[in-house]
Write a protein that binds this ligand. Structure first.
Ligand code: SF4
Ligand code: SF4
Length: 181
């Protein structure tokens, strides 16, 4: 009898609707407004999208084409070509490419660079729809640096190095204290 009354009054359906209404009105959302808000803050030392530090004076990379990053990369995904400027006796980078799809983000290239020209930034949300989108040439890598610097709203957290060209205000206090800059 009780079952029949429940069926006639659609009690189960009403219970479900009540639950839905309760969740709609009172439950806190479990989703986040990404990417407009609620962006994740990467941990210090996070290794994200590659960038080539842009020399503020020349507008070009500060890379000296020593090829150390090429040799150390376990994924063999860096390609650097250069020509020698005979007047000043220095190498000039003519091509710098990283096939990011093969990168394992070990950070060796960043660590081995004698002039801190290559950086693994805190940018984590990037992607593409083609292989070319994630094949970074020199221009893309320099652009990555521009975007990284412009969007920095807090001191850059990697405490282990001071890339040339990074304004002092972007350095963490600990690093400033350590280096005296
Ligand atoms: S992070 Fe590692 S794998 Fe990626 S480019 Fe640098 S050295 Fe190669
Ligand atoms: S990025 Fe650094 S390690 Fe790589 S070739 Fe340029 S100067 Fe050398």
């Amino acid at each position: 009898m009780a079952g029949l009354i429940q069926k006639i009054l659609f009690l189960e359906i009403l219970k479900g609707l009540a639950l839905t209404l309760k969740k709609m009105l009172f439950a806190r959302p479990v989703t986040i407004q990404y990417p407009e808000k609620d962006r994740l803050i990467p941990a210090p030392g996070f290794r994200g999208r590659h960038a080539l530090v842009r020399d503020e004076n020349t507008g070009d990379t500060i890379c000296v084409a020593c090829l150390r990053c090429v040799k150390v990369c376990p994924s063999l995904c860096i390609n650097v070509e250069y020509e020698v400027d005979k007047e000043v006796g220095k190498r000039k980078v003519t091509k710098y490419e990283i096939d990011v799809l093969r990168c394992v983000f070990c950070g060796y290239c960043e660590e081995v660079c004698p002039v801190n020209a290559l950086v693994l930034t805190e940018f984590y949300d990037y992607g593409g729809t083609t292989r070319e989108d994630l094949f970074f040439d020199k221009e893309k890598l320099l652009k990555n640096w521009d975007e990284f610097i412009v969007t920095q709203k807090r001191p850059y957290l990697n405490p282990f190095w001071k890339p040339r060209g990074v304004p002092d205000k972007l350095l963490p206090a600990r690093k400033r204290q350590f280096t005296g800059v």
